[in-house]
Design a protein around this ligand. Structure first.
Ligand SMILES: C[S@@+](CC[C@H](N)C(=O)[O-])C[C@H]1O[C@@H](n2cnc3c(N)ncnc32)[C@H](O)[C@@H]1O
Length: 232
């Protein structure tokens, strides 16, 4: 399947528009679908239902891992802030919600304890070691393997020692999609050498398994070799 699609793309007969970067893809997708661009396109009319499923599957694990000292939560790849306000409520944190797509940030509702900020050139607009909780929901799957090392570096920079992390990403089935990749559970567990995360649960989104990983920063040696293979 992947091979056939690749050949079609090379021959220019796939019919799909090819974007130079993921950012161009998200800009175009947000122009087309507005705030709903962040949803699985097969679930555009089920926004509330999927949000409920996600909350029930993920939030108990996040709450159980909080130790009560957390003050600042980073919602990385927040889109139009679908989770930002709820996260502020359940963690009692000030939320910094960041995304590279300005139109998605513009669609987010204003709230006193949430600061929406634009990611430019991959830089997360927060100070070093300032984040107590990192929340990443369905974002890493949209980032190419070759771009992951700069995300790793930025997470390393912004996380405070011992901070809590929560990743929610598609882990199966592994199938080819131009702008979205399913990685294995091991890929996510090993992606960040300075984090110790474990899978806490999963839920289904149409036919895909979405896995929930929770863990903590443990200040390991960043010079450790990245274990993920860098497929193009
Ligand atoms: C599937 S949406 C998920 C949005 C939000 N986390 C949610 O659950 O509603 C993926 C988001 O990742 C953002 N994104 C794409 N590339 C990114 C990058 N390199 N760094 C951070 N966010 C990125 C997109 O703009 C989009 O808002």
């Amino acid at each position: 399947m992947k091979f056939v699609q690749k050949i079609k793309r090379i021959l220019g007969i796939s019919g799909a528009k090819i974007f130079e970067t993921n950012i161009e893809y998200w800009e175009e997708r947000s122009k087309k679908y507005g705030a709903k661009a962040v949803l699985n396109l097969g679930l555009l009319d089920k926004e509330n239902e999927i949000f409920e499923i996600q909350k029930q599957a993920i939030i108990p694990h996040l709450k159980a891992a909080l130790d009560g000292t957390e003050q600042t939560l980073l919602d990385f790849g927040c889109g139009p802030g679908r989770f930002s306000s709820y996260l502020a409520k359940v963690t009692n944190c000030k939320v910094i919600a960041v995304d590279p797509i300005q139109s998605l940030l513009d669609a987010a509702p204003n709230q006193d304890n949430i600061s929406y900020r634009l990611i430019k050139d991959g830089a997360i607009p927060v100070a070093n070691a300032s984040i107590d909780v990192l929340w990443v929901c369905l974002v890493l799957g949209g980032i190419k393997d070759k771009e992951i090392p700069s995300v790793v570096k930025e997470f390393k920079r912004v996380l405070r020692p011992g901070s809590l992390v929560c990743f929610v990403e598609k882990t199966a089935p592994v199938q080819y999609a131009e702008y979205w990749r399913s990685r294995s559970e091991e890929d996510y567990i090993e992606m960040f050498p300075f984090l110790e995360v474990e899978k806490k649960g999963e839920y289904m989104e149409l036919d895909s398994t979405i896995s929930i990983f929770i863990g903590r920063e443990y200040f390991s040696d960043f010079s450790k070799t990245l274990k993920i293979s860098h497929r193009v």
